[in-house]
Write a protein that binds this ligand. Structure first.
Ligand SMILES: [Zn+2]
Length: 165
């Protein structure tokens, strides 16, 4: 039973099905690529890399951090979904690089949220160093030794991607 909350996007989906052109697309990544980036809504992972649906596996979380779940997903993508290279893409003006954990907990409190001090939001005060560490974490992961990994910074004001490592 459709709810009002999602009425706009369900209506858009109905229109989408009228000209749907992705039937029969393979589930493997056509360009052998996985991209981990932030949830920031200013980032268009496919467009910024000249990709089309079917080309790459897109992973997103707050701050584009290499978590256990990202490692789990990359193992699957590497062995079962045709992925042999991965980009870790942090971005400028990221909330996860704009203060320490205490700042996030305080902001959460000010926004009327719950006490989140038992959560680690994985913020950083040195974004480039964090990207390098996360890339190294993937490179060191025993299940991912055949994956090529690069670290990048995306500028949300110019659209430019810079490779860090
Ligand atoms: Zn971000």
């Amino acid at each position: 039973m459709p709810s009002e909350t999602f009425a706009d996007v369900l209506a858009a989906n109905e229109a989408y099905t009228q000209h749907f052109g992705l039937a029969g697309l393979e589930a493997t990544a056509a360009k052998g690529l996985a991209v981990l980036t932030c949830i920031d809504s200013r980032i268009e992972p496919l467009d910024m890399l000249g990709l089309a649906p079917g080309d790459a596996k897109i992973l997103r979380n707050a701050g584009a951090r290499v978590t256990d779940d990202v490692l789990r997903t990359l193992v699957l993508a590497s062995y079962l979904l045709g992925v042999d290279r991965a980009m870790i893409v942090a971005h400028t003006d990221c909330r996860m690089a704009a203060g320490d954990e205490d700042d996030i907990h305080a902001a959460m409190d000010e926004a009327g949220g719950p006490d989140t001090r038992s959560l680690a939001f994985l913020v950083t005060d040195d974004q480039e160093a964090t990207v390098r560490e996360d890339v190294q974490r993937v490179r060191s992961w025993p299940y991912l030794t055949r994956l090529q990994v690069g670290g990048f910074l995306y500028d949300v004001h110019t659209g430019r991607l810079t490779q860090l490592c």
